[in-house]
Design a protein around this ligand. Structure first.
Ligand code: GDP
Length: 364
């Protein structure tokens, strides 16, 4: 899963991104691929892995991961194809979801590009660039559907769909939140529109407001209103605190968080919220060499889930041997789960569930 961090200059993107890259250092013993400087890879917090590790004493534990891409450099006119702006948009095209950092803190020492704190205007400035780019794409798509409709009338419905979408975009509203049937959604997905991407708005609050006045911060309230309209999510954070938290060792971190009345860091919450927003779940594999979490989209069937491990697993899929994490923990071992009939053999139509502990059987 790839998340792109966007936002106007001076809203706290780099600060949040630093927190992310610091967090990565904690998991330095995981074999992550080498990556570019604007990419940070963090583990998806999952206490089930720790419990499985106690049961199996594996050589290594590998969590599911999320990639954050720092997409700086939005300029007005990005959608008009001006140098940097163009690159900005192409980076956004590559991510699964957007974390849009919005400044909700006052600080006279830190200039705001537009002179004042105004989350609604800031969001609109960014969203409009994405919407303009989408308008171009949708107009092209309408032309194409109209041409095809001359030979085959079934394309008329397609043209009508994209015209309806265009009308919405022309009102300055994102594709996100546009009502569609499943078939229509499939068609729209084919165009890869930027404003269709799921969004988490990260309300970057001052430390004071984050500690005491989240609900009464007017920027946060504005964000909640906008997000509700779009079907997006809002997450209050204090980027500076997040940066400090990632510099602490695990024990200090827990103390610091409980002092704030929290059980997890903003970063961990951001990862969890994004995971849910994208409809992602994890299945688990457990053995002596490795205990590992694998990310799949909700609704994925067993063979495709197996394909995440290796394409051979999908091609030669025979069956999946499955026990739910809860059942395994309650029984204490696979053998005990087998005795109780909780260790199931599932075929290729099986829809995977979050927390399934799985062994795939396959032909090579
Ligand atoms: P970017 O341009 O969006 O990447 O913004 P930066 O992360 O560089 O932040 C711009 C300035 O705002 C820096 O001086 C940060 O220290 C400051 N800043 C970031 N988050 C907060 C915050 O939560 N509260 C306050 N007061 N300042 C912050």
């Amino acid at each position: 899963m790839k998340l792109g961090i966007v936002g106007l200059p001076n809203v706290g993107k780099s600060t949040l991104f630093n927190a992310i890259t610091n967090a990565k250092a904690e998991s330095a013993n995981y074999p992550f691929c080498t990556i570019e400087p604007n990419v940070g890879v963090v583990a998806v917090p999952d206490e089930r892995l720790d419990a499985l590790a106690e049961m199996y004493h594996p050589e290594k534990v590998t969590p599911a991961v999320v990639e954050f891409v720092d997409i700086a450099g939005l300029v007005k006119g990005a959608s008009k194809g001006e140098g940097l702006g163009n690159k900005f948009l192409s980076h956004i095209r590559e991510v699964d979801a957007i974390v849009h950092v919005v400044r909700c803190f006052e600080d006279d020492n830190i200039t705001h590009v537009d002179g004042s704190i105004d989350p609604a205007r800031d969001i609109e400035n960014i969203n409009l660039e994405l919407i303009y780019s989408d308008i171009d794409m949708v107009e092209k798509r309408i032309d194409k559907a109209r041409k095809l409709a001359k030979a085959d009338r079934k394309f008329e419905a397609e043209a009508a769909l994209f015209e309806r979408l265009l009308a919405r975009l022309n009102e300055g509203k994102p594709v996100r939140g546009f009502e569609m049937t499943d078939d229509e959604r499939e068609l729209v997905r084919g165009v890869s529109l930027l404003s269709a991407k799921p969004v988490v708005y990260a309300a970057n609050l001052s430390e004071e407001d984050f500690r005491h006045n989240i609900e009464t911060n007017s920027g946060y309230q504005t964000l909640c209103r906008i997000a509700a309209d779009e079907g997006a999510q809002v997450l209050p954070v204090c980027a500076r605190l997040e940066e400090e938290i990632t510099e602490l060792d695990p024990e200090e971190k827990q103390m610091f968080l409980s002092d704030l009345g929290l059980t997890e860091s903003g970063l961990d919450r951001l990862i969890r919220v994004s995971y849910r927003l994208l409809g992602l779940i994890s299945y688990l594999t457990a053995g002596q060499p490795e205990v590992r979490a694998w990310t799949i989209v909700e609704g994925t069937k067993a063979p495709q889930a197996a394909g995440k491990i290796h394409s051979d697993f999908e091609r030669g899929f025979i069956r999946a041997e499955v026990v739910s994490y809860e059942d395994l923990m309650a029984c204490g071992s696979i053998a005990a789960a087998k005795e109780k009939g909780l260790y199931r053999s599932e075929g290729k139509e099986y829809v995977m569930r979050d927390g399934d502990v799985v062994l795939f059987r396959f032909n090579v």
